[in-house]
Design a protein around this ligand. Structure first.
Ligand code: PXG
Ligand code: PLP
Length: 435
């Protein structure tokens, strides 16, 4: 039996887990194997990452082979071919014009990296006053100091007082129950983006703002789908005022909406993209930032001979992570997995919206292969109902994630209609038993 005492688990009610551990010992394709041998269907690509499914042969082989060939080489003034190969592949998938890639080990590191890049970029161009960032309420940009500061999920901020960066402001979120049960992007609400120009820019002055950072579709804030035209409006306002637009595609990237990146799905091109998770299908930690050529070249011209960007992680471009990425990108391409959200669109949307009228359900939201239902909170116990749904589904062999009183769906792209039926069917059954 495993000693549960010493591990301080992240983002977890530790005593609750340790009293009744949900212990996973194996995984294959769409399923986990638990310690007692039971199978659990993975309805959230684990943590929005495992887009290719679990333990896929090409990915496993690539990691195994690399571990025996080159365990580690640093990218600080030395290099190894895999990092260059992954950068090229990611640039090929990225929107037109975004073609240089910086590696990190996680989405949180990608966000703090992109913030430092944005400030340094403006400074090189003689606009050193541009140091402020605009995030959005309900946004999630990881847990490091920069990312936490531009995030807008209150529970992730409230314990950290003076650690939050001062130079930030937040747009209003786009969630509105007046638009409840919208399928895909709401037709109204684009005007929420006008707040940037009407309230925020006059308050801080555009000349002090480095960048606006948003998730194209918010994930950890409860799966919030942007109103039609909203992202384009943000793009236009940023362009007009010389502000960089950053799309945090840590969840949306690598096929979630049926395109490599959400930018391509929405036809809106940011200046910089952060990614992580799906790039290795969760198999080895890897993240990064993709930037426009002009941003990279501005840095390259800046310092004469010498380091152009004083930033990097020991494990930036780690060989094992890069091998995993190549195996993953090959799997996506060979199996045409980025088409799956399109092929499954109707079934997934019908499934999410089948909860309209179910007990406690006040909203259903979906886009591509990401969706959520929102439940009314219990009086004085926000989140308790969502957590109960998660636990009861787990006991019935289905993993879905509670986000407060939202229940999120984000299955691996290899899923079939039968998996969707099982996932939605189990949630429906459970909702009938939840008080
Ligand atoms: N940006 C976005 C948009 C994310 O979704 C991060 C940054 C941070 O990535 P790392 O790799 O540092 O975790 C994320 C991660 C949840 C949940 O509650 C969501 C994430 C991570 C953990 C939990 O749904 N998203
Ligand atoms: N702390 C110390 C003492 C270090 O030497 C380093 C890296 O050399 C770090 C933190 C940062 O670690 P990483 O590069 O893995 O983010």
């Amino acid at each position: 039996m495993v000693n549960l005492e010493h591990y301080w688990m992240p983002y977890t009610d530790n005593p609750r887990f340790k009293a009744a551990p949900k212990m996973i010992v194996g995984a294959k394709d769409m399923h986990y194997t638990l310690a007692d041998g039971r199978q659990v269907l993975d309805g959230l690509a684990t943590l929005w990452c495992v887009n290719a499914g679990h333990c896929r042969p090409k990915i496993v082989e690539a990691i195994q082979k690399q571990a025996g060939q080159l365990d580690f080489a640093s990218s600080f003034s030395t290099g190894h071919p895999l990092a260059f190969a992954v950068a090229e592949r990611v640039a090929e998938l990225a929107p037109e014009g975004l073609d240089h890639v910086f590696f990190t080990n996680s989405g949180s590191e990608a966000v703090d990296t992109v913030m430092k890049m944005a400030v340094a970029f403006h400074r090189i161009r003689g606009e050193g006053a541009r140091t402020r960032f605009i995030g959005r309420e309900k946004g999630y940009h990881g847990v490091n100091i920069g990312g936490m500061s531009v995030s807008g999920v209150p529970v992730n901020r409230k314990a950290y007082g003076g650690l939050l960066l001062g130079g930030t402001d937040h747009l209003r979120h786009t969630h509105d129950l007046a638009r409840a049960f919208t399928r895909g992007c709401p037709a109204t609400g684009a005007e929420l983006a006008d707040e940037l120009e009407q309230r925020i820019l006059p308050l801080h002055d555009a000349s002090n703002i480095a960048a606006v950072i948003v998730e194209p579709v918010s994930g950890a804030g409860g799966v919030l789908v942007p109103p039609q035209g909203y992202l384009q409006k943000l793009r236009d306002i940023c362009t007009k005022h010389g502000i960089l637009l950053i799309f945090d595609e840590v969840i949306c990237g690598f096929g979630r909406l049926g395109k490599p990146f959400a930018s391509q799905y929405f036809g809106v091109t940011p200046d910089m993209i952060t990614f992580a998770k799906g790039v290795t299908s969760g198999s080895v930690p890897l993240g990064g930032v993709i930037v426009k050529k002009d941003i990279y070249e501005t840095f390259m011209k800046s310092a004469g001979a010498g380091v152009q960007f004083f930033h990097g992680y020991t494990y930036s471009g780690h060989p094992l992570a890069c091998a995993a990425a190549l195996g993953t990108l090959d799997t996506y391409a060979e199996e045409k997995l980025f088409d799956r959200p399109i092929e499954l669109a109707k079934a997934f949307e019908e499934g999410v919206h089948s909860f309209k009228g179910s007990p406690h359900v006040i909203d259903c939201r979906n886009l591509g292969l990401i969706g959520a239902i929102e439940l009314t909170p219990r009086l004085g116990a926000a989140g308790a109902r969502g957590f109960e749904v998660f636990e009861k589904c787990w006991d019935k062999g289905v993993f879905v994630r509670p986000i407060g009183d939202n229940v999120a769906f984000c299955p691996p792209l290899i899923c079939e209609k039968t998996h969707l039926d099982q996932m939605f069917g189990t949630v429906a059954e459970v909702l009938r038993t939840v008080s």
